[in-house]
Design a protein around this ligand. Sequence first.
Ligand code: C2E
Ligand code: MG
Ligand code: MG
Ligand code: MG
Length: 290
Amino acid sequence: AAKGEGRNRFHYFTPSMQRDAKYRMRLIQDLRHAIAEQEFELYYQPIVGLQQDECLKVEALIRWRHPKRGLVPPIEFISVAEETGLIVDIGNWVFQQAARQSALWRDRFGVEVQVSINKSPVQFRDEGECFDTWVSLLNNLALTNNNICIEITEGLLLDGNEAIAATLERYRDAGIQVSLDDFGTGYSSLAYLKRFKIDFLKIDQSFTRNLDSQNSDFTLCEAIIVMAHKLGMKVIAEGVETEYQRKVLAEAGCDYGQGYLFSRPLPVEEFEQRFIETTVMHKNSEISDA
Ligand code: C2E
Ligand code: MG
Ligand code: MG
Ligand code: MG
Protein backbone atom coordinates (compact mmCIF):
# COMPACT_ATOMS: atom_id res chain seq x y z
CA ALA A 1 0.00 0.00 0.00
CA ALA A 2 2.79 2.35 0.91
CA LYS A 3 4.36 1.78 -2.47
CA GLY A 4 1.11 2.54 -4.32
CA GLU A 5 0.62 5.62 -2.23
CA GLY A 6 4.10 6.80 -3.08
CA ARG A 7 3.49 6.27 -6.76
CA ASN A 8 0.22 8.15 -6.64
CA ARG A 9 1.69 10.99 -4.70
CA PHE A 10 4.21 11.46 -7.47
CA HIS A 11 1.39 12.52 -9.77
CA TYR A 12 0.43 15.39 -7.51
CA PHE A 13 3.49 17.21 -8.72
CA THR A 14 3.01 19.29 -11.81
CA PRO A 15 5.77 19.00 -14.45
CA SER A 16 7.40 22.19 -13.21
CA MET A 17 7.23 21.01 -9.60
CA GLN A 18 8.77 17.72 -10.70
CA ARG A 19 11.62 19.64 -12.18
CA ASP A 20 11.93 21.63 -8.98
CA ALA A 21 11.88 18.51 -6.83
CA LYS A 22 14.54 16.97 -9.04
CA TYR A 23 16.58 20.12 -8.93
CA ARG A 24 16.28 20.22 -5.18
CA MET A 25 17.35 16.59 -4.77
CA ARG A 26 20.31 17.20 -7.03
CA LEU A 27 21.24 20.29 -5.04
CA ILE A 28 21.06 18.36 -1.76
CA GLN A 29 23.27 15.61 -3.22
CA ASP A 30 25.75 18.18 -4.50
CA LEU A 31 25.79 19.94 -1.13
CA ARG A 32 26.60 16.68 0.70
CA HIS A 33 29.42 16.14 -1.76
CA ALA A 34 30.59 19.74 -1.32
CA ILE A 35 30.81 19.28 2.46
CA ALA A 36 32.80 16.06 2.11
CA GLU A 37 35.12 17.52 -0.53
CA GLN A 38 35.40 20.97 1.09
CA GLU A 39 34.29 22.89 -1.96
CA PHE A 40 33.47 26.02 0.05
CA GLU A 41 35.51 29.22 0.30
CA LEU A 42 35.24 32.28 2.47
CA TYR A 43 35.33 35.75 0.94
CA TYR A 44 36.21 38.67 3.19
CA GLN A 45 34.60 42.12 3.27
CA PRO A 46 36.09 44.81 5.53
CA ILE A 47 34.01 46.58 8.17
CA VAL A 48 35.47 50.07 8.35
CA GLY A 49 35.55 52.51 11.29
CA LEU A 50 33.71 55.72 10.37
CA GLN A 51 34.69 57.77 13.41
CA GLN A 52 38.29 56.72 13.84
CA ASP A 53 40.62 53.98 12.70
CA GLU A 54 39.04 51.11 14.58
CA CYS A 55 40.82 47.79 14.80
CA LEU A 56 40.46 45.52 11.82
CA LYS A 57 37.05 43.96 11.45
CA VAL A 58 35.82 41.81 8.58
CA GLU A 59 32.79 39.73 7.61
CA ALA A 60 33.40 36.24 6.18
CA LEU A 61 30.88 35.37 3.45
CA ILE A 62 30.60 31.86 2.09
CA ARG A 63 30.96 30.91 -1.60
CA TRP A 64 30.65 27.48 -3.15
CA ARG A 65 33.24 26.57 -5.78
CA HIS A 66 31.03 24.12 -7.67
CA PRO A 67 33.04 21.87 -10.04
CA LYS A 68 30.58 22.47 -12.92
CA ARG A 69 28.64 25.61 -12.03
CA GLY A 70 31.53 27.77 -10.89
CA LEU A 71 31.27 30.15 -7.94
CA VAL A 72 27.80 29.83 -6.38
CA PRO A 73 26.54 32.65 -4.09
CA PRO A 74 24.96 31.82 -0.71
CA ILE A 75 21.47 32.88 -1.77
CA GLU A 76 21.35 29.80 -4.01
CA PHE A 77 22.07 27.19 -1.35
CA ILE A 78 21.78 28.49 2.25
CA SER A 79 18.01 28.04 2.55
CA VAL A 80 18.13 24.42 1.28
CA ALA A 81 21.07 23.80 3.61
CA GLU A 82 18.91 25.13 6.45
CA GLU A 83 15.88 23.01 5.52
CA THR A 84 17.96 19.84 5.38
CA GLY A 85 20.09 20.57 8.44
CA LEU A 86 23.25 20.52 6.31
CA ILE A 87 23.86 24.09 7.49
CA VAL A 88 25.16 22.65 10.76
CA ASP A 89 28.16 21.02 9.04
CA ILE A 90 28.63 23.98 6.72
CA GLY A 91 28.45 26.40 9.65
CA ASN A 92 31.01 24.42 11.63
CA TRP A 93 33.34 24.55 8.63
CA VAL A 94 32.81 28.32 8.34
CA PHE A 95 33.64 28.81 12.00
CA GLN A 96 36.80 26.69 11.84
CA GLN A 97 37.99 28.41 8.69
CA ALA A 98 37.33 31.89 10.11
CA ALA A 99 39.05 31.11 13.41
CA ARG A 100 42.11 29.60 11.72
CA GLN A 101 42.32 32.60 9.39
CA SER A 102 42.24 35.05 12.27
CA ALA A 103 44.99 33.09 14.07
CA LEU A 104 47.03 32.97 10.85
CA TRP A 105 46.83 36.74 10.39
CA ARG A 106 47.91 37.25 13.98
CA ASP A 107 50.85 34.84 13.58
CA ARG A 108 52.00 36.06 10.16
CA PHE A 109 51.37 39.80 10.42
CA GLY A 110 51.05 40.46 14.14
CA VAL A 111 47.58 42.00 13.76
CA GLU A 112 44.39 41.17 15.61
CA VAL A 113 41.48 40.84 13.18
CA GLN A 114 37.93 40.26 14.27
CA VAL A 115 36.17 37.93 11.83
CA SER A 116 32.36 37.96 11.78
CA ILE A 117 30.52 34.84 10.66
CA ASN A 118 26.84 34.39 9.92
CA LYS A 119 25.13 31.85 12.14
CA SER A 120 21.78 30.46 11.05
CA PRO A 121 18.98 29.98 13.63
CA VAL A 122 19.04 26.27 12.67
CA GLN A 123 22.58 26.02 14.04
CA PHE A 124 21.29 26.96 17.48
CA ARG A 125 19.23 23.78 17.73
CA ASP A 126 21.97 21.44 18.89
CA GLU A 127 23.80 24.21 20.62
CA GLY A 128 25.47 22.36 23.49
CA GLU A 129 27.77 20.33 21.29
CA CYS A 130 28.52 23.24 18.99
CA PHE A 131 29.51 25.62 21.77
CA ASP A 132 31.99 23.20 23.35
CA THR A 133 33.65 22.38 20.03
CA TRP A 134 33.94 26.02 19.03
CA VAL A 135 35.33 27.18 22.34
CA SER A 136 37.91 24.42 22.48
CA LEU A 137 39.14 25.35 18.98
CA LEU A 138 39.43 28.99 20.08
CA ASN A 139 41.45 27.89 23.09
CA ASN A 140 43.72 25.72 20.95
CA LEU A 141 44.37 28.68 18.66
CA ALA A 142 44.78 31.01 21.67
CA LEU A 143 42.01 33.24 20.29
CA THR A 144 40.32 34.83 23.24
CA ASN A 145 40.32 38.52 22.47
CA ASN A 146 37.02 38.97 20.60
CA ASN A 147 38.56 37.53 17.46
CA ILE A 148 35.23 36.04 16.43
CA CYS A 149 31.83 37.66 16.19
CA ILE A 150 28.65 35.79 15.31
CA GLU A 151 25.98 37.50 13.22
CA ILE A 152 22.43 36.48 14.05
CA THR A 153 19.08 37.72 12.75
CA GLU A 154 16.04 39.10 14.52
CA GLY A 155 14.02 35.91 13.91
CA LEU A 156 16.20 33.99 16.34
CA LEU A 157 15.49 36.45 19.13
CA LEU A 158 11.77 36.29 18.61
CA ASP A 159 11.51 32.50 18.85
CA GLY A 160 13.67 33.32 21.57
CA ASN A 161 13.38 32.37 24.79
CA GLU A 162 15.56 32.32 27.79
CA ALA A 163 17.59 29.47 26.30
CA ILE A 164 18.77 31.69 23.43
CA ALA A 165 19.52 34.56 25.80
CA ALA A 166 21.60 32.21 27.96
CA THR A 167 23.41 30.84 24.91
CA LEU A 168 24.37 34.30 23.67
CA GLU A 169 25.57 35.15 27.16
CA ARG A 170 27.83 32.07 27.16
CA TYR A 171 29.32 33.09 23.82
CA ARG A 172 30.07 36.55 25.11
CA ASP A 173 31.66 35.12 28.25
CA ALA A 174 33.86 32.98 26.00
CA GLY A 175 35.07 36.10 24.14
CA ILE A 176 32.79 35.77 21.12
CA GLN A 177 30.89 38.93 20.27
CA VAL A 178 27.36 39.08 18.84
CA SER A 179 25.99 41.19 15.96
CA LEU A 180 22.36 41.63 15.03
CA ASP A 181 22.30 41.38 11.21
CA ASP A 182 19.84 42.99 8.77
CA PHE A 183 18.33 45.09 11.54
CA GLY A 184 14.97 46.62 10.67
CA THR A 185 13.84 43.99 8.17
CA GLY A 186 12.47 41.39 10.55
CA TYR A 187 9.90 42.36 13.09
CA SER A 188 8.70 45.59 14.55
CA SER A 189 8.98 44.71 18.22
CA LEU A 190 12.04 46.24 19.84
CA ALA A 191 11.45 44.75 23.27
CA TYR A 192 13.98 41.99 22.67
CA LEU A 193 16.82 44.49 22.33
CA LYS A 194 16.70 44.98 26.07
CA ARG A 195 16.52 41.29 26.90
CA PHE A 196 19.46 40.10 24.81
CA LYS A 197 23.03 41.29 25.17
CA ILE A 198 24.22 42.32 21.73
CA ASP A 199 27.47 44.07 20.83
CA PHE A 200 26.76 45.35 17.32
CA LEU A 201 23.63 46.32 15.49
CA LYS A 202 23.85 46.15 11.69
CA ILE A 203 21.48 48.54 9.94
CA ASP A 204 20.12 46.73 6.89
CA GLN A 205 21.25 47.90 3.49
CA SER A 206 17.70 48.84 2.48
CA PHE A 207 17.92 51.81 4.90
CA THR A 208 21.40 52.80 3.78
CA ARG A 209 20.31 52.71 0.14
CA ASN A 210 17.46 55.12 0.79
CA LEU A 211 19.71 57.68 2.42
CA ASP A 212 20.23 59.52 -0.87
CA SER A 213 16.62 59.50 -1.99
CA GLN A 214 14.11 62.33 -1.58
CA ASN A 215 12.05 60.82 1.21
CA SER A 216 15.25 59.99 3.00
CA ASP A 217 15.60 57.38 5.71
CA PHE A 218 17.99 59.72 7.49
CA THR A 219 15.74 60.30 10.50
CA LEU A 220 15.24 56.57 10.87
CA CYS A 221 18.96 55.80 10.65
CA GLU A 222 19.76 58.54 13.12
CA ALA A 223 17.13 57.28 15.58
CA ILE A 224 18.41 53.71 15.30
CA ILE A 225 21.97 54.89 16.00
CA VAL A 226 20.93 56.92 19.06
CA MET A 227 18.83 54.05 20.42
CA ALA A 228 21.58 51.47 19.85
CA HIS A 229 24.16 53.65 21.61
CA LYS A 230 21.83 54.16 24.58
CA LEU A 231 21.47 50.38 24.82
CA GLY A 232 25.26 49.98 24.78
CA MET A 233 25.61 48.69 21.22
CA LYS A 234 27.85 49.85 18.39
CA VAL A 235 26.34 50.38 14.97
CA ILE A 236 27.44 49.06 11.57
CA ALA A 237 25.74 50.33 8.41
CA GLU A 238 25.48 47.68 5.69
CA GLY A 239 25.51 48.37 1.96
CA VAL A 240 27.43 51.67 1.99
CA GLU A 241 27.96 52.37 -1.72
CA THR A 242 28.41 56.14 -2.01
CA GLU A 243 30.59 58.80 -0.44
CA TYR A 244 27.41 60.72 0.43
CA GLN A 245 26.02 57.78 2.42
CA ARG A 246 29.34 57.44 4.25
CA LYS A 247 29.37 61.12 5.17
CA VAL A 248 25.76 61.22 6.37
CA LEU A 249 26.20 58.06 8.46
CA ALA A 250 29.45 59.31 9.99
CA GLU A 251 27.77 62.59 10.93
CA ALA A 252 24.90 60.69 12.52
CA GLY A 253 27.44 58.95 14.76
CA CYS A 254 27.46 55.54 13.07
CA ASP A 255 30.51 53.58 14.25
CA TYR A 256 31.25 51.36 11.22
CA GLY A 257 30.39 51.03 7.56
CA GLN A 258 30.48 48.02 5.26
CA GLY A 259 29.84 48.08 1.54
CA TYR A 260 31.08 48.38 -2.01
CA LEU A 261 32.35 51.94 -1.37
CA PHE A 262 35.12 50.42 0.74
CA SER A 263 35.37 47.03 -0.94
CA ARG A 264 33.42 44.10 -2.30
CA PRO A 265 33.90 40.78 -0.52
CA LEU A 266 37.35 39.57 -1.61
CA PRO A 267 39.17 36.24 -1.89
CA VAL A 268 41.56 35.82 1.01
CA GLU A 269 44.82 36.73 -0.80
CA GLU A 270 43.34 39.92 -2.16
CA PHE A 271 41.89 40.92 1.20
CA GLU A 272 45.28 40.29 2.75
CA GLN A 273 47.11 42.48 0.22
CA ARG A 274 44.66 45.35 0.35
CA PHE A 275 43.79 45.46 4.04
CA ILE A 276 46.13 43.43 6.23
CA GLU A 277 49.45 44.28 4.61
CA THR A 278 48.62 48.00 4.40
CA THR A 279 47.66 48.05 8.08
CA VAL A 280 50.98 46.46 8.93
CA MET A 281 52.86 49.00 6.77
CA HIS A 282 50.94 51.83 8.42
CA LYS A 283 51.79 50.52 11.89
CA ASN A 284 55.47 50.10 11.01
CA SER A 285 55.73 53.61 9.57
CA GLU A 286 54.19 55.03 12.75
CA ILE A 287 56.82 53.20 14.77
CA SER A 288 59.69 54.50 12.61
CA ASP A 289 58.23 58.04 12.68
CA ALA A 290 58.27 58.03 16.45
P1 C2E B 1 24.50 39.34 5.04
O1 C2E B 1 25.08 38.61 6.18
O2 C2E B 1 23.58 40.46 5.34
O3 C2E B 1 25.75 39.81 4.17
C1 C2E B 1 25.79 41.01 3.44
C2 C2E B 1 25.50 40.76 1.98
O4 C2E B 1 25.45 42.02 1.30
C3 C2E B 1 26.60 39.97 1.25
O5 C2E B 1 26.00 39.20 0.21
C4 C2E B 1 27.46 41.07 0.66
O6 C2E B 1 28.21 40.66 -0.46
C5 C2E B 1 26.40 42.06 0.26
N1 C2E B 1 26.93 43.43 0.21
C6 C2E B 1 27.96 43.96 0.89
N2 C2E B 1 28.14 45.26 0.60
C7 C2E B 1 27.19 45.58 -0.29
C8 C2E B 1 26.85 46.81 -0.99
O7 C2E B 1 27.47 47.86 -0.83
N3 C2E B 1 25.78 46.75 -1.83
C9 C2E B 1 25.07 45.60 -2.03
N4 C2E B 1 24.04 45.64 -2.86
N5 C2E B 1 25.35 44.43 -1.39
C10 C2E B 1 26.40 44.43 -0.54
P2 C2E B 1 26.36 37.66 0.00
O8 C2E B 1 27.82 37.43 0.23
O9 C2E B 1 25.77 37.24 -1.30
O10 C2E B 1 25.58 36.96 1.18
C11 C2E B 1 24.18 37.01 1.25
C12 C2E B 1 23.65 36.44 2.54
O11 C2E B 1 23.95 35.04 2.64
C13 C2E B 1 24.29 37.05 3.78
O12 C2E B 1 23.71 38.31 4.06
C14 C2E B 1 23.97 35.99 4.81
O13 C2E B 1 22.65 36.13 5.26
C15 C2E B 1 24.08 34.71 3.99
N6 C2E B 1 25.40 34.10 4.24
C16 C2E B 1 26.60 34.39 3.69
N7 C2E B 1 27.58 33.60 4.20
C17 C2E B 1 26.97 32.78 5.12
C18 C2E B 1 27.44 31.75 5.99
O14 C2E B 1 28.63 31.43 6.08
N8 C2E B 1 26.49 31.13 6.77
C19 C2E B 1 25.18 31.48 6.72
N9 C2E B 1 24.30 30.84 7.53
N10 C2E B 1 24.71 32.46 5.92
C20 C2E B 1 25.59 33.11 5.13
MG1 MG C 1 25.95 39.08 7.89
MG1 MG D 1 23.17 41.81 6.55
MG1 MG E 1 21.33 39.98 4.41
